[in-house]
Design a protein around this ligand. Structure first.
Ligand code: GLN
Length: 313
């Protein structure tokens, strides 16, 4: 089945907002200096159905950098280009159980594959973007993410510059992968494109539509454009279930029962296959770097809209 009828979805989205808007727990990320200025009190929730219905409440127009939420979408695009089998062989799909910036993630598997939802696997994924040079690869990434959102996405230059000046750890991760033969283009170039991809601005509404595109087998339900094949969506959703909320992915699946992806700027996207996508924005994060209000609101929506994949009714 699809989402409940529009009046009911509207009411439940509003309830989720009212319930958690007063929650002030968590800490805004500041390891990327520009993110410390994030609007702490903003809160937006948007649900987009595969039939094109969009339901939103709160600060759903506020732009913020997509950060790690770019990972599943870039993985789907690279999977589209390489095929699901090749993507798995080159990047890896096992859960790491480790924080997003873990270097240990690289050492877990004998063959040095990782998971595309943690930084190491994500930089490896970006290094596989097709293109003859850095410009073409960047265009592949930006245009692909823009098609998921259904509008042209632009880089937040301040966030990009701020992260580029302080991302020595990601540069180190890329270089280590290069040493293991798990970086598929120049490591500095791949890290730079990855950093730009993380600095693309989106809002909660864009996130819901991007999620709904994965829920809809790769067709953006608002623009009607096919972005990737249904087979690639299945693969991207599978890796989300393994590591979308990093070391808390098990807790998340246990509570919410849906593939989701968080980012350090406070966004969260959740996908209900065949039904729709949910996007939330609330900057304060928990210890693992996941939005506090975003997780609470999404858990409420999953329960009340009947979205948990493991529920029998
Ligand atoms: N660009 C950030 C990084 O690589 C993304 C991390 C995140 O959102 N968890 O550190």
């Amino acid at each position: 089945g699809q989402l409940p009828d529009p009046e009911r979805v509207t009411a439940i989205v509003n309830e989720a907002y009212e319930r958690y808007r007063g929650n002030d727990d968590g800490k805004v990320a500041d390891y990327i200096p520009a993110l410390a200025k994030s609007p702490r009190h903003q809160f937006g929730i948007c649900v987009a159905g595969v039939n094109g219905g969009v339901y939103e409440v709160g600060d759903t127009k506020q732009l913020f950098s997509i950060q790690s939420i770019s990972k599943p979408f870039v993985f789907a695009l690279v999977c589209q280009a390489l095929g699901g089998g090749e993507a798995r062989r080159k990047i890896g799909v096992n859960s790491t159980g480790l924080p997003f910036n873990s270097v240990m993630a690289i050492e877990l598997n004998e063959d040095r594959t990782m998971n595309p939802m943690v930084n190491a696997g994500a930089i490896a994924t970006t290094s596989l973007a097709p293109g003859a040079n850095a410009d073409e690869k960047w265009r592949f990434v930006r245009d692909g993410l823009s098609r998921f959102a259904g509008r042209q996405l632009d880089v937040d230059e301040e966030v990009y510059q701020s992260e580029a000046a302080t991302n020595q750890r990601n540069q180190g991760i890329a270089r280590l992968l290069y040493g293991y033969g798990r970086m598929y283009s120049d490591p500095e170039e791949a890290t730079d494109i990855y950093t730009r991809q993380c600095a693309l601005n989106i809002n909660a509404r864009d996130l819901a539509i991007m999620g709904a595109t994965l829920a809809d087998g790769g067709v953006n339900p608002v623009t009607g454009e096919r972005v990737v094949d249904a087979d690639r969506c299945k693969r991207a959703l599978a890796v989300l279930a393994t590591a979308g909320l990093y070391e808390q992915s098990g807790d998340w699946l246990y509570e919410v029962g849906l593939p989701g992806k968080s980012g350090v700027s406070g966004g969260l996207v959740t996908i209900s296959p065949g039904k729709g996508g949910c996007g939330t924005f609330a900057p304060p994060l928990d210890e693992a770097g996941n939005s506090v209000r975003g997780q609470l609101a999404t858990r409420y929506l999953s329960d009340r809209l009947g979205l948990n994949l493991f529920a029998s009714q």
